[in-house]
Design a protein around this ligand. Sequence first.
Ligand SMILES: [Zn+2]
Length: 217
Amino acid sequence: MSQRRLPPPDPPACLLRLRPSSQKGGTLIAEAVTERAEHERRVCDPDGYRPPFCANCNGTVLHVHDYRERQLRAEPGRPVARVVRHLCVACAAVWQTLPAFIARHLWRSWAVVERTIAGTSAAPSPPPAPSVRWPRVPERTRRRWRSRLRAAALYLVRVLAASGEEAWARLARELGLDATRAELVAAYAQSTAAPAGQRLATVSALVYRLQPNVRLM
Ligand SMILES: [Zn+2]
């Protein structure tokens, strides 16, 4: 970060959504749910994922609307996760709540993504998974993920700097304007002691909380 070098390339346009979503409701990330077992427990409990209030109208009465299946490619275990959606009685907004371990734009769990990019600064060591057979992620996909992590973290650094949280603002200053996304993941994972397998999930959930229009990768 201190040595001189060329600035990293710009991230692909798909990682930044310029138009706000026009539909009522949307996606919430349950940041505490990092394990499949905890997700299964919550999704079976009508209150497990019920939002305390509607982010659209602040209404506090939300009912289970339906359940949907999310496909998870190259998953070592069951390749689908059941996801619950809640309906706000007051304004009819529909909120789906995803556990933090699902990389929603990548059709994978973050653990699979992290295993695939293991050996980079974003994931120095693969997540622990004894006696599990991991299906192969296609080479083109692996290259795409790695190139996204080599892209500029500039926009994300600005989001951290403007977050109003001193620890994240300090992290942004330390990273500087020429940091890559991999460096941001490494620095944030170190500051939060996020375990292997949950590093990308942790950073992605934070980014979504601070600025839902921008994606880590
Ligand atoms: Zn509402």
